[in-house]
Design a protein around this ligand. Sequence first.
Ligand SMILES: Nc1ncnc2c1ncn2[C@@H]1O[C@H](COP(=O)(O)OP(=O)(O)OP(=O)(O)O)[C@@H](O)[C@H]1O
Length: 338
Amino acid sequence: MSTTATVNGGEAPEVLVRFDQVFKSFRTSRGRRQTALDGFSMSIPKGAVVGLLGPNGSGKTTALKALLGLVRPDRGTITAFGRELPAEQRFVARRMGALIEGPAFTGSLTGEHNLRLLAELHGAGRDEVADVLDLVGLDRAARRSYSGYSLGMKQRLGVAAALISQPDLLVLDEPMNGLDPEAVRHMRELLKRLRDERGMTVVVSSHILAEVELVSDWVTIVRNGRVICDASVPELLGRGTSRLVVRVHDAATAQSVLAEHGYEAVAAVGTTGAELQVEPSPGRPTPSDGSDVLRLLTDRAVYPRELIVESASLEDIYVAAVRAADAATTGRETRHGD
Ligand SMILES: Nc1ncnc2c1ncn2[C@@H]1O[C@H](COP(=O)(O)OP(=O)(O)OP(=O)(O)O)[C@@H](O)[C@H]1O
């Protein structure tokens, strides 16, 4: 990922796209207003694979469409490649490739033929078509008709189409939807190769956390049209609290020793002895490496059979971010209701 020096001497990622307080609502068929983006702010770092994560209806597609000029925001600004949208949409469009809401190809034509028609529109030639087919792993299936492609192959051809103009930024809306595990893995490898071998910035939206965790350098979590978390994956994982699990024969003694020292140990009975999940009480540091807990127990002749430090997963962080956002919303609503 490319970086620029910050004033405090640290390295901050160079931002390729920035959404700043973007609002968008739609009028539904029943005449009601449906808010899709509600002060949406996010940055896309250059050279990263960015996972745009959020439940169905949270506003991911609308945000991506706004970037692509397919939806016009009511308010707020979007800048990409240093240019403001929508005024500079043409300049930006030349640098972006996208796959939104599924690819549209002609079933009776081969994958290659479909791409060649598209290449003509972009002024690209046979070499570019061969290159992108090779990149997405469809070189051998290029001469088969599109109607015989599996869903994974269709998605890959869609990505190939998005790549035909050799974009700097690739935008993929739910590219792994409906794919089997093998096809998902293929798509993940492809996204990483585009980043590593072509220096491309890739934005991939998904509501499946595990997919995003495995491929992304950067994660943006969206809820109700707002970004509730926007950070690099290492930073996010560093923010999470690790969990400590201790397996002991005598759970009751271990619990009372730990309680004396400000730890709460929640028991889950195992086959032999018990498993205790150790949490710090408020004001007590997290038992991050377990050495403190181990010392307290062995000093009192409680010898754990096993001690495991489990790092926080992206799922833990996601759940914590959603809870914090919901609590903040409830707080706001309560205050307004007073
Ligand atoms: N053209 C439209 N007309 C009316 N409402 C819309 C329109 N487009 C989006 N919405 C609404 O805006 C909200 C955000 O939708 P959006 O498709 O951006 O969410 P999403 O996070 O991409 O969801 P999904 O994961 O299901 O694709 C939803 O409530 C949706 O129903």
